[in-house]
Design a protein around this ligand. Structure first.
Ligand code: 13P
Ligand code: SF4
Length: 334
């Protein structure tokens, strides 16, 4: 019997909040020093704050990060992202130390699919294959046949026979987008990302009127009404590539704001406008991703905690569907 409820460590026990860092310390230099001393690698998602992106060895989308985690020769993987991403790195590297600067950096989408409830749902559809978006817990992965990300989901679905019945979890928006793209009728779990559901269609349309030449570029976790007006839909890496390769000079970016850092570095003469949320707060910043800070990254590398710890049975069960995803991605050069 696999424990599908992922064990979380105890960050409070470490007392990070009580450790004062000398304000004169050059954290960028210190982090570089620790990387060399400990043979550590820093993997960062595009939604991390700019300082963290600037010290990372690799910045990427969920697929790119999983691929880097799979091939790294480092002894310690420091994951500047959210819990499910660090967990994926651990599943691919059970014998390595995987650190997450703030263990509370979760994900609303992942939380929308508790494994015990999903198991009941899955049991009601025994003839269905389960494709699960990587934004889920290890427990969910253990219940899945294939994992996917926003950059390989369409290709993964296309490799399956057209009459194959499929459950897609946990993101209903990505699932609906994929149903439309592939012509399938996958059964969708009713989960969503709190950041990508917050964008205001009305405000985006007003922005587009004020910037008629701007291309609207959106992540497929957004709602269908928003995706309908997008000029390009893709993963964070896809959005970044599109902004580099497009001849347009202006972009309305409908995803988390962190991606703008690399867009601006890659295309300093182009203008990037963040799509506004349907209220006046900065809800297009992911509160989970932004829990990580440069200070916490430094402390976590210095003290080698908090660490991702999982049971062997969960590690083994969650690995198979991830490996299947990585193999298909390799086959199609993704
Ligand atoms: P990708 O970077 O894989 O597009 O995922 C976006 C996201 O929401 C990660 O939490
Ligand atoms: Fe989860 Fe959404 Fe934050 Fe990504 S942006 S980590 S899907 S809550």
């Amino acid at each position: 019997m696999i424990d599908i409820n992922t064990a979380k460590g105890n960050i409070e026990a470490i007392g990070f909040m009580d450790i004062d860092i000398d304000v004169n310390l050059d954290l960028f230099a210190e982090i570089e020093k620790i990387k060399k001393e400990k043979n550590a690698i820093v993997l960062a998602h595009y939604y991390q704050e700019p300082d963290i992106q600037d010290v990372a060895d690799f910045i990427g989308d969920s697929l790119g990060l999983a691929q880097q985690a799979e091939k790294t020769k480092a002894d310690i993987i420091v994951f500047a992202g959210v819990h499910f991403m660090a967990e994926t790195a651990k599943i691919l590297n059970p014998n390595k130390k995987v650190l997450l600067p703030d263990l509370k950096a979760g994900c609303s989408l992942s939380d929308s699919a508790p494994p015990d409830l999903f198991k009941l749902f899955k049991d009601k559809h025994p003839d269905h294959l389960v494709i699960t978006y990587i934004n889920c817990s290890a427990g969910m992965k253990a219940l899945s046949d294939i994992i996917c990300t926003s950059s390989n989901a369409e290709k993964i679905i296309e490799t399956l026979p057209i009459d194959q019945k499929i459950i897609f979890a946990p993101d209903k928006n990505l699932g609906a987008y994929l149903n439309k793209k592939t012509g399938r009728q996958m059964i969708l779990w009713n989960g969503a990302c709190m950041v990508h559901e917050i964008f205001s269609l009305e405000k985006i349309i007003k922005l587009k009127i004020r910037h008629p030449k701007a291309k609207v570029i959106a992540h497929p976790e957004c709602e269908e009404v928003v995706l309908r007006i997008a000029d390009y839909i893709g993963s964070t890496t896809g959005l970044l590539k599109f902004s580099i390769e497009s001849e347009a000079d202006e972009f309305i970016v409908v995803t988390e704001t962190g991606i703008l850092h690399q867009m601006q570095i890659s295309s300093p003469n182009k203008t990037f406008i963040t799509a506004p949320p349907n209220n006046s707060c900065a809800c297009n910043d992911c509160p989970h991703m932004k829990l990580n800070t440069l200070e916490k990254l430094y402390l976590c590398m210095q003290y080698e905690t908090p660490e991702i710890i999982m049971s062997d049975s969960l590690l083994i069960a969650a690995k198979k569907p991830i490996q299947r995803m990585l193999a298909i991605s390799k086959q199609y050069g993704l």
